[in-house]
Write a protein that binds this ligand. Structure first.
Ligand code: B12
Length: 226
């Protein structure tokens, strides 16, 4: 990475941490002018800044108002970056177009990561039905019956709401629908081990890996269909 680009990447991260919207948008535009990929921008400095903002909140330096402002600036930058991310994700097409329902689970209203996963999966050629945030097991089950998806994807950013994912899986089992769908989970409050523990079929750390995970499941499904 050239010095100029590295400096801009750092500036973008610092500007987002400082909640300076103009500076964030300016750094994003300058990076794009220098042919840095939108995906690299989002998963590099922008995601790192959000993690740091979370830590500042934990340490009592930032409050909810700052978290909200950070989310707003992130979404503003996404208006520029989303179409480009779609182009970049289109190159990650899987073998088969799968139908996926996705939602942030009950009690949780964090939607940036979930939406990013939805956008990238869609751009990679899959059909995505976004159920939004604060989705309870009933709504997931109704959506499975209505849309007959291949995959159910759940997001949770809070430790408390991640626990609810286990309940959703249990309810899907009780409704006799577990064999019909693969279940994948993600979000900052989850890990691969947690996914295995609650009986999910897959987990990923970010949206790029989520596309790879779904493509892998798509290949498996292809194999099963043949
Ligand atoms: C912005 C933010 C908010 C905003 C959210 C706005 C919005 N529209 O989303 C607001 C202000 C609303 C908010 C509120 C709260 N927040 Co908050 N928030 C954050 C923050 C700073 C950034 C989250 C974010 O957008 N990250 C950027 C995106 C791109 O990353 P991501 O979400 O992790 O998603 C990626 C991956 O996780 C993965 N992924 C995500 N979902 C899925 C799904 C699948 C299927 C897959 C495969 C992958 C996947 O791919 C994504 C893209 O790469 C985090 C800090 C952190 N470390 O996450 C805290 C954080 C999540 N919040 C936290 C807390 C405590 C809260 C509140 C409880 C505070 C309060 N006292 O009210 C409330 C809860 C509100 C609620 N009921 O949901 C804590 C959670 C601690 C914990 N372990 O439980 C964190 C970790 C901050 C901290 N360090 O303390 N928050």
């Amino acid at each position: 990475m050239s010095n100029d680009i590295e400096e801009l990447m750092n500036r973008l991260k610092e500007c987002l941490i400082d909640l300076d919207k103009e500076c964030v948008l300016d750094a994003v535009k300058k990076l794009l002018e220098r042919n840095v990929g939108a995906t690299e921008i989002v998963f590099g400095p922008m995601s790192k800044a959000m993690e740091k903002i979370g830590r500042l909140y934990e340490e009592g330096e930032y409050f909810i108002a700052e978290l909200m402002e950070a989310a707003e600036i992130f979404k503003e930058a996404m208006k520029i970056l989303e179409p480009l991310i779609k182009d970049e994700s289109a190159k990650m097409r899987g073998r088969k177009r799968l139908k996926i329902i996705i939602g942030t689970v009950k009690g949780d209203i964090h939607d940036i990561g979930k939406t990013l996963v939805a956008v990238m999966l869609q751009a990679a050629g899959h059909e995505v039905i976004d159920l939004g945030v604060d989705v309870d097991s009933k709504k997931f089950i109704e959506a499975i019956m209505k849309y007959n998806p291949d995959i159910v994807a759940m997001s949770a950013l809070l430790t408390t709401t991640a626990r609810y994912m286990r309940e959703v899986i249990k309810e899907i089992e009780k409704a006799g629908l577990r064999d019909k769908v693969k279940i994948i989970i993600g979000g900052a409050a989850t890990t691969k081990e947690f996914a295995e523990e609650i009986g999910a079929d897959g987990w990923s750390a970010n949206a790029i890996e989520a596309v790879k995970l779904v493509n892998r499941l798509s290949a498996e499904k292809d194999g099963a269909d043949e």
